[in-house]
Unconditional design. Structure first.
Length: 642
């Protein structure tokens, strides 16, 4: 065959058999292999400039067959690539059947119909509220448009038995393969997200991280189980009700797979304050929990690095890998990670959990080995056979959020002491200890941030208000509450100036104030009943919103936090969302009760002598909070002024 014949078949494309896709001959049966090799040799001889007679003598392939084989090989597959030697495989289907060819020709002459069915199938245009049209609906619209285009019943496709239904389905299937990203939207956001992640474009040359605390991964996971909360109604009745599913946040070290810290949060979605608490739990040295569930205990050697490994106490990481969730990228989180922890915040690509595969696998293992084994589990999906009326079982066995906290503590502590294949049989704790004992450098949290007041804080400025004319002593306002102390209340000359205040987001009863030049001014206490009950910034905002919406009403002499808790107790009787809020508030109150047990109160008499005692009986004394860096974390040192 002449070169001109090849050009005629290929439309002047360059034909190079050396670039054709190859065939694994061992995958063919003996008969198929023999026939394939005969066809391949015939084409190889042709490209070697052998004559047609020589080709026939050596292979038995005649001229007409050679033409057909060549035409098949240089035709294009659905991806636009020459079929090459693949087209010589016996019974290999190349091209399309006559019916499909008719359908393609019909669409070519009716571009409006083609565009309509493609737009609907690929979800390009939504002309009504129906998000995804099924194949039967698209075929029904196809038939309708054929009739509207005045195609006679004796013409194709109206003259076929099913009006080209199978041809349409085959065409849509080929359309799906060619436009896989757009067509993936028909199967949900998860399919689209995975399709969007092209594994061939991932950088596989990045070396594996081996240094502890080089990079950590953070993520949140909704726990696959239901739990109950106990609370007292406004009428004084003790009841228990099922809550919404809770969130578990965790931070894992990439190098050693060790869980550094975690946080259970009760909201419908976790927020920036929950992220801060999780970061805090990963840095503050861990202490064992006293369990109340009979028979539950830590496995031998289990725990967390910050409490079991000396070199890991107060250790901080260099890179914080998160997803693009709103809570993860909040300003307070960015400031905490970059300024206090001193790490780089790496948000990574949007909706790509594969980039944080280590912590995703941890959550999966946590569910399989822990929560999915409980009678109150929801299972991994609604059809999971392990899902056996989780709400009923949560009530029946009285599985509370307190039980959840203890179960989670034991499971994660045990995970840290479980051998991992990726660590060559070492547990995360063993890998962490071995590498740190080798002298691998690790950064540590600065001393000035090693207390809850400073670490979980916001820095804001507030104007000093006050007026001699109106009899108002100087004060500042923050989130709907007024703050002052005995010193500020006497300094009318500061009225109109601004103070820098450091706000502990976990306790808004007090704020720490600084003058414009940065010098410390002292602790300001919330006036009225705002200064009585411990409450977080999140609770303060919830209370203020309810007040602004005229749902809650309280005066200067009312305790807003107690009114808020009473409101939640009433709403929690029928509302799951409010049960979660109530559980969060109860947990916050309990944490302060535990801290109060170890609180050191310091009183000074008029000549300067110091007295220490555990509680304050005189409610009229003015208590000024000051933090003593020498005291252990979570211990408040209070000064009582006579």
């Amino acid at each position: 065959m002449s070169r001109r014949k090849v050009e005629q078949f290929s439309n002047s494309r360059e034909v190079d058999p050396n670039k054709w896709a190859t065939v694994l001959e061992d995958a063919l049966s003996p008969d198929e292999r023999e026939l394939f090799l005969k066809r391949k040799k015939a084409l190889d001889l042709y490209f070697a400039e052998k004559s047609l007679n020589e080709i026939k003598e050596e292979t038995g392939v005649v001229r007409s067959e050679l033409y057909r084989f060549l035409e098949r090989c240089i035709s294009l597959d659905p991806n636009g690539t020459e079929w090459g030697y693949r087209a010589l495989i016996p019974r290999k289907r190349v091209g399309q059947d006559i019916e499909s060819g008719k359908f393609q020709a019909f669409l070519s002459h009716n571009p409006t119909i083609r565009k309509y069915i493609e737009d609907w199938f690929l979800n390009r245009k939504r002309k009504n509220l129906q998000p995804i049209k099924g194949l039967k609906d698209i075929h029904a619209d196809f038939v309708r448009m054929c009739r509207e285009s005045n195609i006679h019943v004796s013409e194709y496709p109206m003259n076929t038995k099913t009006i080209a239904r199978q041809s349409l389905y085959r065409y849509l299937k080929s359309l799906e393969l060619k436009n896989f990203y757009q067509s993936s939207k028909r199967y949900g956001n998860e399919s689209t997200r995975k399709i969007k992640s092209d594994p061939s474009k991932r950088n596989t040359t990045i070396p594996q991280i081996s240094r502890p605390y080089h990079r950590v991964q953070f993520d949140g996971h909704r726990i696959d189980a239901m739990f109950v909360i106990h609370f007292t109604t406004p009428l004084g009745d003790q009841i228990s009700e099922v809550m919404n599913r809770l969130w578990l946040l965790a931070i894992i070290d990439e190098a050693t797979r060790a869980i550094l810290g975690y946080q259970i949060c009760y909201g419908a979605e976790y927020n920036s304050y929950d992220v801060i608490k999780c970061i805090e739990s990963a840095i503050i040295p861990w202490k064992p929990v006293k369990f109340t569930i009979p028979g539950i205990a830590y496995p031998q050697g289990a725990g967390f690095p910050s409490g079991l490994i000396q070199q890991a106490e107060w250790a901080v990481w260099d890179e914080f890998s998160v997803d693009n969730g709103k809570a993860n990228l909040a300003s307070i989180v960015k400031k905490t990670v970059t300024e206090k922890v001193g790490a780089h915040l790496n948000p990574g690509p949007v909706e790509m959990p594969e980039k944080r595969g280590i912590i995703e696998r941890f959550f999966k293992k946590l569910e399989e080995n822990g929560f999915h084994r409980l009678p109150n589990t929801t299972g991994s999906n609604p059809e999971d056979p392990r899902r056996q009326d989780p709400e009923k079982n949560a009530r029946r066995f009285d599985i509370t959020v307190k039980d959840l906290e203890e179960i989670t503590e034991v499971i994660i502590a045990g995970y840290n002491n479980t051998p991992h294949d990726s660590l060559y049989g070492l547990s995360p704790l063993e890998a962490m200890q071995q590498r740190l004992e080798k002298g691998i450098p690790v950064r540590y949290l600065k001393e000035e941030y090693r207390d809850e007041y400073t670490f979980a804080s916001l820095n804001v400025t507030r104007k000093i208000n006050g007026s001699i004319k109106h009899g108002r002593r100087p004060y500042i306002n923050y989130e709907g509450a007024e703050y002052t102390n005995e010193v500020l209340a006497r300094m009318f000359d500061l009225t109109g100036e601004h103070l820098y205040i450091v706000v502990n987001i976990n306790d808004l009863r007090y704020v720490k104030a600084y003058l414009n030049d940065g010098s410390e001014f002292g602790i300001l206490s919330a006036m009225g009943k705002w200064g009585l009950t411990p409450h977080s910034l999140q609770m303060r905002k919830q209370i203020n919103k309810l007040k602004n919406d005229r749902i809650l009403q309280f005066g200067f002499n009312d305790d807003p936090v107690q009114i808020f808790l009473s409101y939640l107790s009433e709403k929690a009787i029928v509302n799951k969302k409010d049960r979660n809020k109530l559980a969060a508030a109860q947990k916050h109150q309990k944490s302060f009760e535990e801290v109060h047990q170890n609180t050191i109160f310091v009183a000074h008499d008029p000549i300067g002598n110091e007295r220490k005692f555990q509680d304050v009986k005189d409610k009229d004394v003015n208590i000024e909070v000051r933090l003593d860096k020498k005291e252990p974390i979570n211990k408040l040192r209070k000064t009582i002024l006579y």
